[in-house]
Design a protein around this ligand. Structure first.
Ligand SMILES: *Cc1c(COP(=O)(O)O)cnc(C)c1O
Ligand code: SF4
Length: 465
């Protein structure tokens, strides 16, 4: 494939750099495209969007969504609330409140009541993942796997648009001051100095690429300047390439941003983007191709991941195309996730057996360079568990599983087996095969928890990166 050299100006719209504009409940009815939907449909968006996060933007709306295919269009499904994301009784409860002409406060109160029922433990990140420094909790970090520290910069806790399956809304509130950033960066460096086992820092959110270059710099520069020999890789988990690729090309601080990436690479650190792409459409516009080229030119690599979602990408051909397009553009397919517990999970989830079939069929269609991808993987309490497949052992149908990441590194890549269950959608739906009482790692999990005095261990509320 050969590419013309694009200039920045060639991505302008009507002679100007495109301006980011968001669409939420407040203004979505103004969109000309929305006029195609019936009033009933628009009302359903309002009802569901009052409970689940809803934010789209002009790029997603004008360039990614195919409005002729709405409501089935996968990009529409990805960023617009859908009627079936709420169970009937929740939908009706909110619909009645809105119809009654209730004010903001009452809508909010009802929304929170419903949310509590969707996920009884919304902010319940596992205590055991929160690192400490000098006896103090570091709330903006999570240290679950030995080598990798998750870092949540306080100013990166929102996104350019919200994915309808994501349930991180408790996080989606930003703090807008630079001084917080520098204080956090200091704590990050201090923690890393005490933890030479950490090779990777993963910036996550929300979406860290929501931050202006100046802010991102205030996090990255101290990290480089600290000159930590054990720190090999700085990763940034982002969906900005899919949701706002102008960030890397036409935004006023885009050049400075690319310069910052280059600086990281030149400091001898591997800069790795964990790019979230859920559908091939997200990789097809000229602007995303240009953004990918420019990011890669700085020496950074882009690895890709996405959950497997009904209504959006539950088809092996979609995944094969996704991985092929990624490889073609120089990206590295990395993880396929099983959709985890979210508010609208019943709308998106896919049985594990089906997930494995989709993964396997897609994997069989692509060449070895795209087979860097691993999955389907569940990010659960004990670790990332891959479904290797359904097989038969001594006449018994079982799931073969293994850890791709484990709370204990020693668990990784040991096959283990669960009873076949065609309805299982998550690890906690599975029982050990062959009459065993527990999975091999469970004894140890319990010990760890008891040691740390944990009470309400909920493996489904762990972040998924
Ligand atoms: C996935 C994940 C990581 C990164 O794991 P890799 O396999 O190294 O990509 C780190 N922390 C948490 C909590 C994760 O879920
Ligand atoms: S999946 Fe990522 S980009 Fe999408 S809403 Fe959640 S945090 Fe934001």
């Amino acid at each position: 494939m050969s590419h013309p050299e694009y200039t920045t100006e060639s991505h302008y719209i009507d002679g100007n750099p495109p301006k980011y504009k968001t669409y939420t409940l407040r203004n979505f009815r103004e969109l000309p495209q929305i006029q195609k939907l019936t009033e009933e449909h628009q009302f359903a968006i309002e009802v569901v969007g009052s409970v689940l996060p809803f934010k789209s933007n002009n790029y997603v709306i004008d360039q990614l969504i195919d409005w002729d295919k709405v409501p089935d269009d996968p990009m529409f499904q990805l960023t617009f609330p859908q009627r079936t994301m709420l169970k009937d009784h929740h939908f009706n409860k909110m619909a009645d409140v809105i119809r009654s002409g209730a004010g903001r406060d009452e809508i909010k109160k009802t929304a929170n009541e419903i949310r509590m029922e969707l996920n009884p433990n919304p902010a319940g990140q596992m205590e055991s993942n929160i690192p400490h420094l000098d006896g103090k909790r570091l709330d903006g970090m999570q240290h679950k796997y030995r080598e990798t520290l998750l870092f949540f910069p306080s100013q990166g806790q929102t996104c350019h648009a919200y994915c309808s399956f994501c349930f991180r809304w408790p996080q989606f509130v930003g703090i807008d001051e630079l001084k917080f950033a520098s204080k956090e960066a200091d704590l990050l460096v201090a923690y890393l100095k005490e933890h030479p086992e950490v090779t990777d820092v993963l910036f996550t959110g929300g979406d860290p690429m929501i931050m202006k270059t100046k802010i991102l710099k205030s996090y990255l520069e101290p990290l480089i300047e600290a000159d930590l020999p054990h720190l090999q890789t700085i990763r940034i988990g982002t969906k900005a390439l899919a949701f706002w690729p102008y960030k890397f090309v036409t935004e006023p601080d885009a050049e400075e941003l690319l310069g910052l990436f280059k600086k990281v690479s030149e400091a001898g650190k591997h800069l790795a983007f964990m790019g979230h792409f859920s559908h091939p459409r997200e990789m097809e516009t000229p602007i995303v191709e240009e953004a990918v080229r420019r990011v890669r030119k700085t020496g950074a690599q882009i690895r890709t991941q996405s959950p497997l979602l009904r209504h959006i990408n539950d088809d092996p051909n979609i995944w094969a195309e996704l991985w092929q397009k990624q490889v073609e553009q120089g990206m590295i397919p990395y993880y396929m996730f099983v959709a985890r517990d979210t508010g609208a999970r019943h709308h998106f989830d896919i049985p594990l057996e089906k997930a494995w079939e989709i993964f396997q069929e897609a994997y069989q269609k692509v060449s070895g360079v795209a087979r860097s991808v691993r999955g389907p993987s569940m990010s659960a309490g004990p670790g990332k568990v891959q479904v290797l497949g359904v097989t038969e052992i001594e006449g018994q149908k079982v799931f073969a599983l293994r850890f791709l990441q484990g709370r204990n590194p020693d668990w990784v890549h040991r096959p283990f087996y669960a009873e076949y269950n065609p309805e299982a959608v998550w690890l906690n739906d599975l029982k050990p095969a062959f009459g065993e009482k527990e999975f091999f790692y469970q004894r140890e999990m319990v010990n760890q928890q008891t040691q740390q005095g944990l009470s309400d261990f909920d493996e489904r509320t762990v972040f998924d990166e």
